[in-house]
Design a protein around this ligand. Sequence first.
Ligand code: NAD
Length: 499
Amino acid sequence: MNAASFTKSFWHDEAKKLEFRTKHLINGEWVDSEDGTTFDTINPATGETIAKVASGKAADIDKAVKNARETFKSGVWSMLAPRERLAVIERFSALIEENAVEFALLDCLDMGKPVMDMINIDIPESVKNLKFFAETADKVHGSLTATDPSVVHYILRQPLGVVGLITPWNYPLMMAAWKLGPALITGNSVVLKPAEQAPLSCALLGDLFLKAGGPAGVLNVVQGLGEEAGKAIGLHPDVDKIGFTGSTEVGKLLMTYAGQSNMKRVTTECGGKTPQIVFADYDNLDKAVTSAVYGIYGNMGEMCNAGSRILVQRPIYDEFIKRFSELTASNMVVGDPLDPDTTIGPLVTVEQQERVLEYIEIGKKEGATLALGGGRGLNSGCYVEPTLFTDVTNSMRVAQEEIFGPVGTVIPFDTAEEALEIANDSLYGLAAAVWTNDLKTAHRFGRDLESGFVWVNTFDIGDMTSIWGGYKQSGNGRDTCIEALSQYTQTKSVWMDMA
Ligand code: NAD
């Protein structure tokens, strides 16, 4: 597919042809909610209702979990030869590629993501992730240990059973794909609950898993609101594990639900307030500026690792802000997410738009300088224009709280010690970046920044050999890496007396 040549009219024409999967997928069947209720999913660019989606409650979750458990026990997937599971997940990833246009449209319509971001980032990253985990099928295993000859001792690595996956709306397809890879390849059965703001692409995922030859009941998709369907998964006594990506607040709730029910395992990938630290000695200021602009305005700032705190050393402070403002003006295009030229679509919902606009008011009241933006950008739709606060101090709410919108804050600093202290003064610890030519500073910050990812002289780059996960209240999970497999398996000793 040569998507780059596609036009706005192509995407609009394709959007008109879409048919939506609005029911739950339970045991291979598309079913309504037990109580027949639905919720609306709304296009944030237009305010129109895209579809009415089945609204799952505890009864629907219970049905899905029971089916997932039966499927797990039957061995149809959990006991399948690893290379047969590998073949299914490879076909699944190939089908995602084949259906790229539909996936791109579903997430664009649901949450306002610019269509080229889907083509260039979300879809290839989802495919890459699933392929990587498919390849691990027969490469991660237990072991035979060195024991006294009168004993045979081996360690089995086994799937957990029924896994509940609860995912956010900011990368609806990609966050689900990241979790499905390790959860499925290790033999678990899954109940996936997508975010209610952007549920449609996960339903397509469920459909394609069946088409790839995945047995019914292995991947169940139950739609619904967080405090109903999500909570029911969290409290269910027969769910063995939750894989969660979302806010820190809900991550904490899920840990509580686990304690209130069956002590299920919970891994969390939560919020962030990523510092980008730019030293005056760094010799490619334009590269740092470009990364800062895309780092905060990419995906409309609705990124867990959005570079929302930009720490700039005082000698280059004014020049940095000048170049940042110029690049934003020339490269950030607020508009229709189905237009390939758009880089900033609407925020996901009216509530999110209002929340972000409220933070802009808070920043002004706290005394930060509004250097860029601050308004809605467009008169209709849930837009907020790229916004920048300068002269920010780290104690301000706009520097401490996750705004989750296109709002950057610039904080000046003098010394490396001061920069490190500011960067680490956050309840979050997902990611950080440092820009310097000094090797010692680079290593020191790599070691001492309290975050799960540190980039040096680059930003938001990685592959399947790197890990994705947080320090502190950014969560305890590890996605997109071999380590993720241990989160979906458990180990067992088998000790055999041979005397
Ligand atoms: P959210 O926490 O509101 O919702 C995430 C999911 O949890 C949704 O499916 C929602 O329905 C469900 N949920 C909500 N309340 C629930 C409850 N009481 N019980 C069970 N489930 C419940 O988050 P969001 O607004 O969808 O996503 C944005 C957040 O996700 C941001 O904080 C962002 O930083 C974070 N995020 C983190 C990563 C990461 O890898 N660390 C990646 C993407 C997003």
